[in-house]
Design a protein around this ligand. Structure first.
Ligand SMILES: NC(=O)c1ccc[n+]([C@@H]2O[C@H](COP(=O)([O-])OP(=O)(O)OC[C@H]3O[C@@H](n4cnc5c(N)ncnc54)[C@H](O)[C@@H]3O)[C@@H](O)[C@H]2O)c1
Ligand SMILES: O=C(O)[C@H](O)COP(=O)(O)O
Length: 526
């Protein structure tokens, strides 16, 4: 049974899903050295933002197949290190969107009305109404930096509160911004005009210390800034200095350069500063969402299925994946089959997407085909994450062609592998929704479902040959489950595809090739 380590606090709904397929150990608060010591036992690691998954931890995780981040940000995971090791990293891109957006909105209102300090003062026994006179957000300008999932929801709600919206996001269109009621502007203009600035961007080299002494100096002295995105986007020393000097009106931070927040000037500031301990995603609803979302993906990967929100597999959004999943299985099977027929080192893989597949995203299918192709060489070490890198490193050139015309099946996939031992090709399609059928081998039409053990022969189509092969296999105690011949012309060349119950015994291929009329034989394990 697989083993999953949960090293941060995760909702029970996720643990229940994992327990269906694995032994689950929940160990919260492990020190890095303790994690390194035990991670080698585990197939999967499930975390939130508290566990830092460093290269050292990834290297110690010799059995790790998947790291699941029950939340959005994967900046606490060394994703490149995981990718190199073929470990899938998944997250829950939308599970806590609303929670984070509502926290940012709560921060905006709490800052405006001094709610935390007013509350603390009443709880201390005071009744001070004069110190907490606030400001309305109605008709004020909100500058949204990052108009993605969270930024968009903040903008939508702020709009209904009567705020004027400016947005800065170099990766979204003016139309999208307008749909959300935002005017897309340059960052400097946003800094100059906004009464409130809310950050909803990832932390990247470009966004680190985006808010610094220089940018703070551009803001209104009354401006209030909210960061519920990532610590480090704001230079906290510069922010504290600007607040103390009255160069900016207020700040509400949920995230910090270093978490937990240690010694900080920010702690000593008054009602103009609100600090929360990274609570953006901490709602009951969000925690159930992210735990289920990520646990389901870990379960799928343990069961050998692809994950729907892998951050280190290109082109696998949930919508794409749902549609392509059966075709990915087809691509992987065909890749594995053509790799075994080709034998030796494959140099070129031609992939033709036919029919309805021609209009689809090809990247996941190519990755799946490469995974299958490399399986014989790399076994479990190759997966959807590292298949493309491994193929590139082996000098395999991938050529993709598309043909939208529909033939016998809605969509077919044709793979041709050329290597040191020659060229072979296979074509396959799905029967119904997901039943894989081989429809062509080396240009000969057949129609067989692939099976675990198969034997293919290239032979002359002549009387007696099937009988001779059957007797030979019988004499080696090989049981034939099914058999089909594909030929283009009567008594010309033909291909025979046999499904057999067990692996072919050692030495029998040499005997098969000696049968008069049989020119070649290939055994395949799928
Ligand atoms: N406080 C919390 O608990 C909490 C919870 C969830 C998410 N988050 C964080 O919130 C942030 C936003 O999350 P999301 O789900 O909306 O992400 P998202 O990917 O949907 O949106 C991010 C947006 O930022 C934009 N962007 C990227 N680089 C930019 C740049 N240099 N300048 C301006 N815009 C830029 C992108 O185009 C995108 O539209 C992330 O940092 C995430 O980790 C925090
Ligand atoms: O990126 C996220 O999803 C948030 O920062 C939430 O982090 P958390 O799961 O540790 O609360």
């Amino acid at each position: 049974m697989s083993k999953v380590l949960v090293s941060d606090s995760i909702d029970q709904a996720g643990i229940d899903i994992l327990s269906q397929v694995a032994t689950v150990d929940v160990k919260i608060g492990l020190k890095p050295a303790e994690l390194i010591e035990i991670i080698g036992e585990y197939d999967a690691l499930m975390i939130r933002s508290s566990t830092r998954v460093t290269q050292e931890i990834i290297e110690a995780g010799t059995q790790l197949k998947i790291i699941g981040r029950a939340g959005v940000g994967v900046d606490n995971v060394d994703v490149p290190a995981a990718t190199r090791r073929g470990i899938v990293v998944v997250n829950s891109p939308e599970g806590n969107t609303i929670a984070a957006a509502e926290h940012a909105l709560a921060m905006i209102l709490a800052l405006s009305r001094h709610i935390p300090d007013a509350n603390a003062s009443v709880k201390r026994g005071a009744w001070d109404r004069n110190s907490f006179v606030g400001a309305e957000v109605y008709k004020k300008t909100l500058g949204v930096v990052g108009l993605g999932k969270i930024g968009s929801h903040v903008a939508a709600v702020a709009k209904t509160m009567g705020m004027k919206l400016l947005a800065y996001d170099p990766f979204i269109s003016t139309e999208r911004a307008e749909q959300l009621g935002c005017q897309l502007v340059e960052l400097d203009l946003l800094f100059q005009q906004a009464d409130y600035i809310t950050l909803h961007i990832p932390k990247t080299p470009e966004t680190t210390h985006l808010i610094n002494a220089t940018t703070l100096a551009k803001m209104k002295p009354t401006a209030r800034i909210v960061n519920c995105a990532r610590g480090g986007i704001i230079d906290e020393v510069a922010l504290a200095a600007a607040l103390k000097a009255g160069k900016i009106g207020g700040a509400a931070l949920d995230v910090f350069e270093s978490e937990p927040l240690g010694e900080s000037e920010l702690r000593s500031l008054g009602k103009e500063v609100i600090l929360t301990p990274h609570l953006g995603a901490s709602t009951a609803e969000a925690q159930v969402n992210v735990a289920i979302d990520v646990a389901e993906q870990i379960r799928d990967v343990i069961l050998g299925l692809p994950a729907r929100s892998a951050v280190n597999i290109p082109g696998l959004g949930p919508d794409v994946l749902e549609e392509l999943k059966p075709y990915m299985q087809l691509a992987e099977t065909l890749g594995n089959l053509v790799g075994q027929l080709a034998g030796g080192r494959v140099e070129v893989l031609n992939i033709r997407l036919q029919g309805e597949l021609a209009t689809n995203k090809s990247q996941p299918l190519i990755v799946a085909a490469l995974k299958g192709l490399l399986y014989q060489a790399l076994r479990e070490r190759v997966n959807y994450v590292n298949a493309s890198i491994e193929a590139k490193e082996r000098g395999i050139r991938v050529i993709e062609t598309r043909d939208a015309s529909i033939r016998d099946y809605a969509g077919t996939l044709h793979l041709e592998a050329t290597g040191t031992l020659g060229t072979h090709s296979v074509t396959g399609a799905l029967l119904g929704e997901r039943e894989i059928h081989l429809t062509d081998v080396d240009g000969f039409p057949i129609n067989v479902p692939p099976s675990k053990y198969m034997l293919f022969t290239l032979h002359r189509d002549m009387p007696g040959i099937i009988g001779k092969l059957g007797s030979l296999l019988g004499s080696f105690n090989v049981n034939i489950a099914s058999m089909q011949v594909g030929r283009k012309i009567v008594r010309g060349d033909a291909v025979m595809a046999l499904s057999i119950d067990d692996p072919l015994p050692e030495g029998i291929l040499d005997e098969i090739i000696k049968v008069p009329g049989i020119r070649d034989a290939y055994t395949v394990t799928l």
